[in-house]
Design a protein around this ligand. Structure first.
Ligand code: G3I
Length: 355
């Protein structure tokens, strides 16, 4: 009787292990000969239920918000290092690569950057601040952060407009872009420097991005690669769109990194809006299969371009903590990642390792 009881307990434990864990599958190991597999991490994730997954499944880490200007440099002359340092130390202790995100962005940048007292800052002052900002941060993590998103999202989505109309552009013109790369390179000549953007598979946009990258390269600007954010959905990109875009970027002779991958269940929207009555979807078996097929398609493309792709980073670990639960519609559940709200691997997790 006692033996039967022990046998039953062991069966229950073993069943629990096989359903709750990843069946000993380790994503980064499967891709070890292809490219590093990363995830965005926020400071609380280092001590919550995401940590074991981060530690086991990923060999590269990006700070989701902690290195953005408003967080790390909230006031002139004051750098708030603590959260970013904690994430960097965690990564180093656990043998992970670290991508730096992000040195220059028009969002999540404190207003003081662009002001001189009550007036708008001059171009000289803004470039001086840009240099101080970039060189202080890049020097601190020199030799620890192997790749930086130096400039983020300067190209407009509108076919008739080239650069986004931002305060950076308004005050400095396009010069802040090349200067940012130059300052970063001076601070850490060994770091790989990336231009990072979204909607990079849209032909109108990728032609403009390619024009910018070619200009930077021919002007001798120290740029190493293009970061494709890859905030995609079950509707787009198509296989052909993705292939065309990857081919265009590869032809530039620059490295490519997939920097913020997630696959939403909703069509892409750029602007925030209120939730419509009844607007939320359940993660049905059918949607699970469609999402899995989309993940499979994009990973087939990544493997095809393995000579050019130097890293693939997911924008988070679990659906529970994804930014897409609050963007573009606050409080609308989304299911864009590889682990569900119970931290269990989804079908897509297994599918992208099935090759
Ligand atoms: O820091 C405040 C906190 O003090 C406050 O209590 C809390 C209440 O809502 O808000 C916190 O700020 C939030 C911040 O994330 C940090 O958690 C902001 O509301 C929220 O809007 C912000 O969202 C981030 C978003 O960038 C901002 O644009 C997302 O987490 C982050 O995933 C997202 O990441 C960007 C990439 O950097 C660049 N590419 C696009 C991607 C998605 O927008």
């Amino acid at each position: 009787m006692r033996n039967i009881l022990i046998y039953c307990i062991l069966c229950i434990i073993s069943f629990g292990c096989t359903t709750n864990n990843t069946n000993n599958k380790v994503l980064w190991k499967k891709y070890e000969t292809y490219f590093p597999i990363g995830t965005a991490v926020s400071f609380p994730m280092l001590t919550n239920e995401c940590e074991p997954i981060i530690n086991k499944q990923f060999n590269s880490i990006t700070c989701e918000n902690e290195m953005k200007p408003e967080h790390i440099h909230p006031e002139e002359g004051w750098y708030n290092w603590s959260d970013a340092d904690s994430i960097v130390n965690y990564a180093l202790k656990n043998g992970k690569l670290i991508r730096g995100h992000v040195l220059v962005w028009h969002q999540q940048t404190a207003d003081w950057f662009f002001k001189d007292g009550d007036k708008k800052a001059s171009k000289d002052l803004l470039l001086k601040r840009l240099k101080d900002h970039i060189q202080t941060i890049v020097s601190r993590y020199k030799g620890k952060i192997y790749a930086w998103d130096v400039v983020n999202e300067v190209i407009d989505d509108d076919s008739a407009i080239f650069y986004k109309n931002t305060t950076w552009f308004d005050i400095c013109g396009e010069e802040f872009i090349s200067k940012a790369f130059q300052y970063a390179h001076e601070a850490d000549p060994g770091a790989k420097l990336y231009y990072n953007d979204y909607n990079t598979e849209n032909p109108v946009k990728y032609k403009k991005i390619c024009t910018l990258l070619k200009e930077l390269k021919s002007a001798g600007v120290p740029i190493d690669g293009i970061g494709l954010q890859a905030h995609w959905s079950i509707y787009s990109p198509t296989k052909l769109e993705l292939d065309n875009a990857l081919q265009s970027y590869a032809a530039l002779g620059l490295d490519i990194q997939i920097t913020e991958l997630d696959i939403s269940l909703y069509k892409g929207e750029e602007k925030r809006r209120k939730k419509l009555p009844g607007e939320t979807c359940q993660f049905t078996t059918q949607l699970d299969s469609i999402q899995t097929a989309q993940y499979n398609m994009v990973f087939e493309a990544f493997r095809k371009y393995r000579q050019n792709i130097k890293g693939v980073t997911f924008w988070g670990v679990s659906d529970k903590y994804s930014w897409l639960n609050d963007f573009p519609v606050e409080g609308r559940d989304n299911y864009p990642l590889l682990f569900n709200r119970e931290m269990k691997p989804k079908k897509a997790f297994y599918k992208i390792q099935d090759f």
